[in-house]
Design a protein around this ligand. Structure first.
Ligand SMILES: CC(C)(COP(=O)(O)OP(=O)(O)OC[C@H]1O[C@@H](n2cnc3c(N)ncnc32)[C@H](O)[C@@H]1OP(=O)(O)O)[C@@H](O)C(=O)NCCC(=O)NCCS
Length: 155
């Protein structure tokens, strides 16, 4: 057995049932199918999935407006967590940002989501602001993080 084959490609409609299943497993305030359909249809959205040996292991969504990117979603199936899949997805997004010459990427995260915050900090995202009572189910503030991607050359 060789190394597993890892592929990142654009999300398609066929991926959505599985993506929504993972959403429900991974988030208390999961997004419905309609959000991902919009992601696929929008010219401003770049939704991607990562497969390990043809099994969907994670997904990521970047929205772009002018020279700003907004990371709206990143998630990894429980069985694939802590195997550097999120790092691969985020590295991919930074390469995309570089190709599109984006100046910055913003994101929002629950302040209690230590794994995600740790991931973002490893990639140079900085804490920028807190919005009070932003999330529901459960009600929680949101932490805004930003990475300056001007002239960023990803590894
Ligand atoms: C956050 C998440 C995407 C990380 O995915 P992952 O593939 O397990 O992450 P990786 O294996 O690539 O780890 C990257 C870094 O994230 C951090 N991290 C990941 N899981 C962690 C955990 N359970 N505890 C603490 N830090 C963690 C670490 O800094 C890690 O770096 P290290 O391996 O050098 O320690 C995953 O836990 C997830 O899908 N969570 C549910 C969905 C979610 O909250 N998404 C973010 C919404 S803002």
């Amino acid at each position: 057995m060789g190394d597993p084959e890892i592929i990142i490609r654009e999300m398609t409609e066929e991926d959505i049932p599985e993506v929504v299943k993972y959403e429900q497993e991974l988030f208390t305030d999961s997004w419905p199918e309609a959000v991902f359909l919009e992601d696929i249809a929008s010219l401003y959205s770049y939704p991607h999935v990562l497969h390990v040996d043809s099994e969907l292991a994670g997904y990521v969504v970047l929205w772009v407006a002018a020279d700003e990117g907004h990371l709206t979603n990143i998630a990894v199936a429980k069985k694939y967590q802590r195997k550097s899949i999120a790092k691969k997805l985020l590295s991919f997004i930074l390469r995309l940002a570089n190709e599109m010459k984006l100046a910055q990427i913003n994101l929002e995260v629950r302040p209690t989501n230590t794994p995600a915050i740790s991931l973002y900090e490893k990639f140079g995202f900085e804490k920028l602001a807190v919005h009070k009572n932003y999330y529901s189910n459960p009600l929680e503030d949101c932490l805004v993080m930003r990475k300056d991607t001007t002239g960023h050359i990803p590894a």
